[in-house]
Design a protein around this ligand. Sequence first.
Ligand code: 13P
Length: 249
Amino acid sequence: MRKMIIAGNWKMNMTNSESSELVKSLVEQIGQVENPLVIVCPPYTALSVVKKLLDGSNIFLGAQNMYAEQSGAYTGEISPSMLLTIGTTYVILGHSERREYFSETDRMVSAKVKLALESGLLPIVCVGEKLDERESGKTEDVIGSQIDGSLADLDADDMKKIIVAYEPIWAIGTGKTATPEMAQEVHSFIRGRLKDRFGDIADEVTIQYGGSVKGDNAAGLLSQPDIDGALVGGASLKVDQFVKIVNSV
Ligand code: 13P
């Protein structure tokens, strides 16, 4: 059985005091939930503060990015070993906002995935098509090549440690969610692609959906056979919304 996983991507939001407030409420309300597995991904500046408050709960800590080197002259970057020293377990890699605003390519994402795995971090690898790509019938081409490129040179054992997140770019922050059927179609395509490359382990890979997931649309999405969780942006900043999403599994 693959794991249901709900992760909150706080993006560039939340001061340390706001983070504390949010996470205290989450621990109170969903801190002991075991299914789904719950992850919060605060900004780097709040990771330590949040980690202390998560201790003793079942909620895991994730980062939103990392650099593909362990140390050195890379001003402004954060390495996997730095994330590990503060108790980070997961790391989001290849988010569409990184790809779009910071020019991250599949090659760069793939280097990060490899170093994350070598270091002991568990990657959440994001893929997703733009609106014009969907409208011109290229969704599978785009997603297929992102999967191949971002997960290059890995084997089935590596794949056991990876979460894939399908986030159609046109659904991120727009309030437009893919219908459960539209999302299921792509999730099933992704699982098929993983199966071709890595074999039966593909059945164990958690594939999350992301893009305007809210308390009232989560249940429909999560009931699809190949949707194994959600990567939640805006709604993860609101306690009641995020708790509702977690409780809709
Ligand atoms: P929204 O839930 O705000 O659409 O963001 C989705 C996302 O990008 C999560 O990584």
